[in-house]
Ligand binder design. Structure first.
Ligand SMILES: [Zn+2]
Length: 603
């Protein structure tokens, strides 16, 4: 990709938003106001927070050689040595937990791929795709994600936010930018979405007709401000200026057509005019997105909150495996993008006012065995499907594969059938940890993994894992679903290699050159960032403020002691005994899942 020395991005023109027409959702919006109103206050103008996400980066790959910029930053700030993903250790789940500070079961995004018959009765869906999000919002009065993200809270406090994502996760990071309007049909009858709308299409150049990135109605909070001030136009304009979201729309389909998605939609042409079209290579997409942030979005100053989501090393680790030469090169590329961000802050003389968080969403493993669960279940007499051609029938089981975890939806929720399914999994040689919606012997409840939800599956299974080494000498092997081959990389199990990810924070609010050994997790970023920006969250978050690592930490949290406990669930079966365990750490009221695994011992 060409190097741009002094780009000149066109100014972004905020879209005009049309007035609220849908009174049917007024009540839901009124409730939203009630929850959020007390938290409004001006942010700490002297601070900026910049979050740089390296998708799928394992902490054990941080080194002076692999990641020189990150290595140096760690020496200036704090390394969180016991950092955790939320389970399932997947991108969309952790992206949402990162920006809400709330566990998956309470924020609404419990997996990357779920079966939501109200959104699509025939297929499992990708949770972050624009058509899915839009339909989820229509069905819930704009509450597809149940809680506000920090982007929304910063905007509400009149701070500016920029979300720049090289992956499709961007749409979930700022709900004010995306949801807003299009709340038209609260009683919509679900009809199957077309391929490009419900699933990312790998390796296909099929054009999509889906058109995300339109902002047709003001968000609830915008409406609130507008009503209270009585100055509609000014507030709409202010609101649109305060936020921008750029994301790799439909999983690269738009990339091939030369443009990512954005909200507001008008910004893409001004960026492509400067940086050229959105490239097709993973590394080039990350570099492009980084430049969009530093050279375009920061042109008029660094906003209160910036999130840069890099797709690497995740994408390359999936295509090869952790530790492959290509994956190491991808890690170096993420480090170069971090260096570009830090240098852009230096050029603006903003480092002394900016706290930088470098975090990954989850860890990574290598597939020891690819398990064709649909075939195995059908051979055992179940009716297991990965899509329905007709109306789903009672007793059929929809499988939503998430790589290292699978969600099972039993049509009709027959408990005897669910028990038979669970006992089959307990006797298998691939099950790691089994969770059930209703209590069942030898399983944990969904709530023990903080994934309980009205839309949750009847059964969820994390695959088994071990700490043996892959072809590149990197530990962490897992069984995984049918979507990828043995030898390739993936994640989403309860393996310690998937559940432990990286976090390094540096800036004026963090101690220098320290290591934090306390358990920390992705849900802790949102409350910590709000504290730095001087914004009080409207409700208590599940994550905690990382006071122990900060220069002006809360003395009340100084003596926090972590607790770690392992719980076990056992089931005696005629041919042997199933045992599964889950290790959970706790600091105050915040829980962190360390690891979990299971085994069937034959008699
Ligand atoms: Zn990821």
């Amino acid at each position: 990709m060409a190097t741009f020395v002094q780009p000149h991005c066109a100014p972004f023109t905020p879209r005009c938003v049309s007035p609220l027409r849908q009174f049917s959702i007024a009540f839901a919006i009124a409730c939203w106001f009630t929850v959020l109103a007390p938290g409004a206050q001006p942010p700490n103008q002297s601070r900026h927070a910049v979050v740089v996400v390296w998708d799928g980066m394992r902490p054990d790959f941080i080194s002076e050689e692999n990641t020189p910029a990150l290595w140096k930053l760690a020496r200036e700030g704090v390394t969180f040595r016991n950092h955790h993903s939320v389970y399932p250790s997947a991108t969309m789940v952790n992206g949402t937990a990162l920006v809400t500070g709330i566990y998956p079961g309470r924020n609404g995004i419990i997996a990357n791929h779920v079966y939501r018959p109200d959104i699509d009765p025939k297929h499992a869906i990708d949770v972050e795709l624009p058509a899915v999000v839009k339909k989820g919002d229509e069905l819930s009065g704009g509450k597809y994600i149940l809680v506000p993200t920090i982007a929304e809270l910063v905007q509400r406090a009149r701070g500016r936010t920029v979300m720049a994502a090289a992956k499709s996760v961007g749409l979930l990071l700022d709900r004010q930018a995306g949801v807003a309007g299009q709340l038209s049909n609260a009683n919509a009858v679900a009809s199957p979405l077309v391929e490009g709308e419900r699933m990312k299409v790998r390796g296909s150049a099929t054009p999509t007709t889906e058109n995300a990135g339109t902002l047709t109605l003001p968000s609830p909070l915008e409406r609130e401000r507008r009503t209270s001030s009585g100055n509609q136009h000014r507030n709409e304009t202010d609101g649109a200026k305060r936020r921008v979201t750029l994301f790799a729309g439909n999983a690269g389909l738009r990339a091939r057509s030369g443009a990512p998605d954005s909200i507001p939609a008008e910004i893409v042409p001004s960026i492509t005019a400067t940086l050229g079209p959105f490239p097709s290579g993973h590394l080039q997409q990350d570099a492009w997105t980084t430049k969009a942030l530093t050279d375009c979005f920061w042109k008029d100053g660094v906003p209160a909150l910036s999130v840069l989501w890099l797709g690497e090393p995740d994408l390359t680790q999936h295509e090869s495996a952790p530790g492959s030469p290509a994956a190491i090169a991808a890690i170096k590329s993420s480090d170069e993008n971090l260096a570009a961000v830090l240098s852009a802050l230096d050029q603006r003389d903003a480092r002394g006012r900016t706290d930088v968080f470098v975090v990954s969403d989850h860890g990574f493993s290598t597939i020891e065995r690819s398990v064709d669960l649909r075939r195995i279940l059908n051979d055992a007499g179940f009716t297991a499907k990965t899509e329905f051609n007709d109306q789903p029938k009672l007793g059929e089981i929809m499988l939503a594969g998430n790589g290292g975890s699978v969600l099972f939806y039993v049509i009709g929720h027959n408990q005897a059938l669910i028990r038979r399914l669970v006992e089959f999994l307990q006797r298998s040689d691939f099950a790691g940890v089994i969770f059930t919606k209703e209590p069942m012997e030898g399983t944990f409840g969904l709530e023990q993994a903080t994934i309980q939800s009205p839309h949750g599956p009847d059964v969820e299974m994390a695959f088994r894992w071990n700490d043996s080494k892959n072809q590149f000498g990197i530990p962490g092997m897992i069984d995984a679903d049918w979507q990828r081959k043995a030898g390739e990389g993936t994640h989403v199990t309860l393996s310690r290699f998937d559940m432990h990810n990286m976090l390094i924070a540096a800036g004026p609010d963090f101690r220098g050159g320290e290591v934090d050994e306390l358990p920390t997790g992705n849900t802790d970023l949102a409350p910590t960032i709000l504290r730095i920006l001087g914004i009080k969250p409207p409700q208590k978050m599940d994550g905690r403020i990382l006071s122990e690592a900060m220069v002006n930490g809360d003395p009340l949290t100084a003596g926090l002691k972590p607790e770690t406990k392992t719980t076990e669930a056992v089931k005696d079966l005629p041919t042997g005994t199933w045992r599964q365990s889950l290790k959970i750490s706790r600091v105050g009221s915040t829980v962190y899942l360390d690891e979990g695994n299971g085994q069937f011992q034959k008699r």
